[in-house]
Design a protein around this ligand. Structure first.
Ligand code: NAD
Ligand code: MG
Length: 372
């Protein structure tokens, strides 16, 4: 058993998953009031000097509380506040981080702490992987998407003008700290986007979890702490388990791209930023379920359950009409494909997934029936 669930004694109601990757193993803790808990932070963060990397939206919300707690337990704390947005997940921001670290004379023992969503997490992780050939870092994800997806798995990086996430490294954090309280300020649309990846984790691997999400979707959207904790815990467990078996995406890890082939086509067809990634993935899962149904892999009830759940999560279920030719072109350029053939992650049945090529006629039928 490589993913162990440990109860924390020092933090009421917090749960810790230990991700076992040999000497790069690390704990993921999910709980409440973690950012202001001295005992917990003392136990979890070993470095003496910490540089917090965050952005202009998250800083006014959570920077003061975590920074003052770290100071109160004797840490030397400094901060770097970057501009907010995917468009700043770039080389200039990375250089801003390196410039700050060098001018502060940070050495190899300095730890970076990523306080924010996936953009901050990806950039900070990449900066940590490269600064002085690698310094420790801790993830404090503050969006649901970052808690259930981007903070787990070790992928870090930035965008290049010619492609998203094209420059990066595999680099594991020393710890992930997911505080459910930080989700209270998250806009509903961002919460729904994170729920897409939660639903994905159930659909591809865990039918029982999928059913649990169906039962609790209203509570999740209402930000009920206990429901959110469970969803984050299960998602991290599922993703960490897949990643542990395939850390560098040789095979199995591809199932985490369920809904993403269609989703990426929607994102790039409409122009990045029009739909959130999670919205495109939600809709992409509806299309992938339709395709699975046409191939006889899932029954009609399963297909309907997926559409209903995506809808209940506040996500779109009908795709924009990009035009057949554009759809095909966008899916063929998806970087996960080999030899120009389009591979899809499909459900067979709900709760299990396979990777397969599909007949073009069925794909076209799905596109025709699922788009506006
Ligand atoms: P994000 O980091 O842009 O956050 C979304 C918005 O919410 C931003 O405006 C952010 O400042 C704001 N925000 C963050 N926390 C908040 C809070 N608690 N309250 C209010 N507002 C808050 O986007 P995201 O969805 O978290 O992450 C998307 C990024 O993650 C993309 O760049 C994507 O490529 C990356 N990603 C990486 C992986 C991976 O494996 N490394 C996986 C999935 C996604
Ligand atoms: Mg995704």
């Amino acid at each position: 058993q490589a993913i162990k669930l440990i109860m924390d004694n020092d933090v009421a109601r917090a749960k810790t998953l230990q991700v076992d990757l040999g000497d790069r193993s690390y704990p993921i803790t999910i709980g409440q009031d973690l950012l202001t808990n001295q005992t917990f932070l003392q136990n979890r963060i070993k470095a003496q000097r910490i540089v917090i990397v965050t952005n202009t939206v998250v800083a006014p919300l959570y920077l003061e509380s975590i920074a003052s707690t770290l100071s109160s337990i004797g840490k030397q704390v400094e901060t770097i506040v970057l501009p907010d947005g995917e468009e700043y997940k770039n080389w200039e921001s990375l250089m801003t981080v390196f410039d700050a670290l060098l001018s502060k004379k940070c050495d190899r023992k300095t730890m970076l702490l990523a306080l924010g969503g996936g953009v901050i997490g990806d950039m900070t992780g990449f900066a940590a992987s490269a600064y002085m050939r690698g310094i420790p870092f801790v993830q404090v994800p503050t969006t649901l998407l970052a808690q259930v997806d981007s903070s787990v798995g070790g992928k870090t990086g930035i965008n290049h003008p010619m492609g998203k996430n094209m420059i990066g490294a595999f680099y594991q954090p020393q710890a992930v700290i997911a505080d459910m309280n930080s989700l209270h300020s998250l806009p509903a649309r961002e919460l729904s986007a994170g729920l897409a990846e939660v639903i994905k984790h159930g659909a591809i691997i865990d039918a029982e979890f999928f059913t649990w999400i169906e039962t609790n979707i209203e509570k999740l959207r209402a930000k009920d702490n206990e429901s959110l904790s469970y969803a984050v815990l299960k998602s991290c467990e599922i993703k960490a388990n897949v990643v542990r078996q395939d850390e560098r995406e040789g095979g199995l890890r591809a199932i985490l791209n369920f809904g993403h082939t269609f989703g990426h086509a929607i994102e790039s067809g409409l122009g990045y930023g029009k739909w959130l990634h999670g919205e495109a993935v939600g809709c992409g899962m509806v299309l992938a379920a339709d395709l699975s149904y046409r191939l006889g892999y899932i029954d009609y009830v399963s297909k309907a359950r997926i559409t209903r759940l995506v809808d209940a999560a506040g996500l779109p279920t009908v795709a924009p009409d990009l035009g057949e030719q554009t759809w095909l072109e966008l899916m063929e350029v998806d970087k996960k494909n080999e030899d120009g053939k389009i591979k899809f992650i499909l459900l067979k049945p709900l709760g299990k997934s396979i990777i397969t090529e599909v007949p073009k006629e069925l794909l076209l039928a799905t596109l025709r029936s699922s788009t506006l």
